[in-house]
Design a protein around this ligand. Structure first.
Ligand SMILES: [Zn+2]
Length: 328
């Protein structure tokens, strides 16, 4: 799909979601999960010279987000709560952070202030090796060379068809070995010590995001399990916690990914498909292994983005669902 078509579809998606939500009719009995990555102290930190900004969520946005959904009578849940029977008359929210950026620690005071939990999904090799995430390097280096945002996005998209070590080899070839070194607190992963400390904080839960941020559909079945197992072992060693959930890097999963996740012992698998998870969750039908999540981008009026995530009509996920059925 071309960029102009994609842009049009995104605008249409927003239009329907926002106006449907404005009708004020919201389905009760849902679990809405939310995906965050980096958490910036302010807008000055969200700069393409530093990293691939992706969402541009600041500490202030994060606070507004929690206040908004509390005001809308959402209850924020822990992972264990999802495994129980959730009340069909209630609305629930699950906060998730993917990757393991150091700046996620800015969430702690806010979680404590509102007494709400969050799950931090960690890519463990980044913590152990203290290296940059590849998408940040591509964005930073190409930006320095004067490449357009579209060109950078295209290159990132094509790299998402590869394994992590292939992408990192490519980066070293293109920009030299030093390119994988983080520039500072704004883009670096947590250290081992910080991860251990984070995991012991109230309202913090730890999840598995594979060992190498592996886009699992690019790996064999054995490699998928290996990626999940390795991260599980690292997280156990560092935090003493055995995660019960895996967040599939880049949201990529197929039926085999779910089988592997179950074999590794997870109870929950989280995707990046947009939409609410309506209750009751069908445990037999693998609902727990393909939980949907909303991504808030902080690229338009933020309360409107929150409003859109309350909509029971999401055009893009509706179309994707149809496409998947047709492909099968
Ligand atoms: Zn990720």
């Amino acid at each position: 799909m071309s960029y102009s078509h994609k842009g049009f579809l995104n605008r249409l998606d927003k239009f329907f979601a926002e106006n449907y939500a404005r009708l004020g009719v919201e389905h009760k009995g849902c679990l809405s999960a939310f995906l965050f990555h980096g958490l910036f102290r302010d807008k000055n930190e969200c700069r393409h010279e530093f990293l691939d900004v992706q969402q541009g969520i600041t500490v202030k946005h994060f606070e507004v987000f929690i206040e908004y959904f509390l005001h809308q009578q959402y209850s924020f849940v822990r992972q264990e709560d999802i495994l129980k029977e959730l009340d069909l008359q209630k609305k629930y929210a699950l906060i998730t952070f993917d990757d393991g950026y150091y700046n996620n620690i800015h969430a702690l005071d806010i979680l404590k202030k509102f007494q709400v939990p969050a799950v931090f999904f960690i890519s463990t090799s980044h913590v152990l090796e203290q290296k940059s995430f590849w998408w940040d390097v591509i964005s930073r280096e190409r930006h320095r060379q004067g490449a357009s945002p579209e060109k950078i996005a295209q290159e990132q998209k094509s790299l998402k068809t590869k394994k992590n070590h292939e992408i990192e080899n490519y980066i070293v070839e293109q920009f030299g070995g030093k390119a994988l070194k983080p520039i500072g607190d704004v883009d670096r992963p947590l250290t081992i010590f910080e991860l251990k400390s984070l995991s012991s904080q109230p309202f913090v839960e730890i999840g598995n995001h594979t060992s190498n941020h592996a886009i699992l559909t690019n790996y064999s079945y054995g490699e998928v399990k290996d990626e999940m197992f390795k991260a599980q072992n690292h997280l156990q060693e560092i935090t003493g916690i055995t995660p019960i959930a895996v967040s599939y890097p880049n949201g990529n999963f197929i039926d085999e990914t779910i089988i592997a996740a179950k074999e590794v012992g997870f109870k929950i698998g989280i995707t990046t498909l947009e939409g609410k998870n309506y209750l009751p969750l069908n445990f037999q039908a693998d609902d727990l292994f393909c939980l949907k999540r909303f991504t808030l981008w902080a690229q338009s009026r933020f309360p409107d983005e929150c409003l859109r995530a309350r909509s029971d009509f999401q055009l893009k996920s509706f179309l994707k669902k149809i496409l998947r059925k047709v492909k099968r």
